[in-house]
Design a protein around this ligand. Sequence first.
Ligand code: CO
Length: 283
Amino acid sequence: MQNISNISSAVAKKALVLISFGTTVAETRRLTIAAVEQQTQAAFPDYTVCRAFTSRQVIATLRERDGLVVDTPAQALQKLQHEEYTDVIVQPLLLLPAEEFHVKIIAALAAFRGVFPQLHVGWPLLALTDDLHAVADAISQQFPALGAQEAVVLMGHGTRHPANAAYCALAYIFDDRAQGTFLVGTVEGYPELSHVIKQLRQRQIRHVTLLPLMLVAGDHARNDMAGAGADSWRNRLVEAGLTVTVKMQGLGENPAIQAIYLRHIRRAIAGNSAANFSAAVAC
Ligand code: CO
């Protein structure tokens, strides 16, 4: 017969920490981050689902302006440690395994090595090649009937980190499929909008739908993509002679994208942890 303490220590306490950059825009947060959290909780009912943001600026704005408290990754893990969780899965809702992933997530986890009997990290959205294909599927399914002179232009964030190459790989996959024209540009990386405009001219496109290639339709989507300024993507495309439709929708709203995150969580639970690949970069 087991005594009480043995019984309680044998019970696994499981948590899933979903980590995004965060957004101060409440509406898109509800439609994307909260929607992924709800799907995750429904798919993994024996896990406690927790939220953390990597952006200290977003966290501070939400606290000061809205009275909404969101943890950093380290704070979320400290709470789980105090509550004696045993199995912790960290799933980034980031797109790339770039700076935020390595510096804000993988490095933060280093302090918790050995704290939890099980600690695994899922891959971001655009990490492995089958993810790129799945994301291309998820996006092209949203636009089943593009005309010959129509294109979808995806606005990614972009980064100086080598993981930026995933944008080019995704663009290559879209081209390879030849299921309509899907072009990829970035705000802060390569390719830029000027490259996209060159492609649009070469392909004789006249109408463009703009869609954020980002989890949320937040500040970048509202300002860089669709803002009133002359240098917004919408206005530069109009200036280039195209008609433009804006789809103010974060990727996190797309059920097929949500399903990819759930698949990454399943893989992390099975022990296929992104941290195994990232340890060298984190140290
Ligand atoms: Co930014």
